[in-house]
Design a protein around this ligand. Structure first.
Ligand code: FE
Ligand code: FE
Ligand code: MG
Length: 163
């Protein structure tokens, strides 16, 4: 890690690394929840829903990569064990026990709402001390807002389908 690059973030760098690791835990769990959800989902509009869930899974994995890159740039260590995913997560993991398309969409919408809140707080935290992380977090948040909107649109369309 570049000394000056870490220095400009100031004393709160370790706290920031911890928050980024917590977001990393969220992204991994979100990735898996989308990925496994896309495998088990059943019901109307299944094809479209699978496409969207698969795309979102890829986005969450990309977010995880962005977070790891920044954690390491700041001199931190990314979480190294799966146990830490559930220990550090802000948003938890909503098990898709019920594979019904509506239920899966609702679970993932809740996840996106939580993610938006997590990144809003991270933006608040970094806005005066770390423009690089701020910009990255803004980009991720833009995706999460789009994710929520995409899933909600699907749910609205689904509600117009006559079972
Ligand atoms: Fe994400
Ligand atoms: Fe998302
Ligand atoms: Mg989408």
């Amino acid at each position: 890690m570049g000394k000056k690059g870490r220095e400009i973030v100031g004393e709160s760098v370790d706290e920031l690394i911890n928050l980024l690791n917590r977001a990393l835990a969220d992204e991994w769990l979100a990735y898996y929840q989308y990925w496994v959800g896309s495998k088990v989902v059943v019901g109307p509009m299944k094809g479209e829903v699978i496409t969207e869930l698969t795309e979102h899974a890829a986005d969450e994995l990309r977010h995880a990569e962005m977070l790891v890159a920044r954690i390491m740039q700041l001199g931190g260590t990314p979480i190294l064990t799966p146990e830490e995913w559930t220990k550090l997560t802000n948003c938890g993991y909503d098990t898709p026990t019920d594979p019904d398309v509506k239920k899966i969409l609702e679970q993932n919408i809740n996840g996106e709402r939580c993610a938006i809140e997590v990144y809003r707080k991270l933006m608040e935290k970094t806005k005066d001390i770390d423009p690089i992380t701020y910009e990255m977090v803004l980009g991720i948040m833009r995706d999460e807002v789009e994710h929520e909107d995409d899933l909600q649109s699907l749910l609205e369309d689904l509600e117009r389908v006559k079972y």
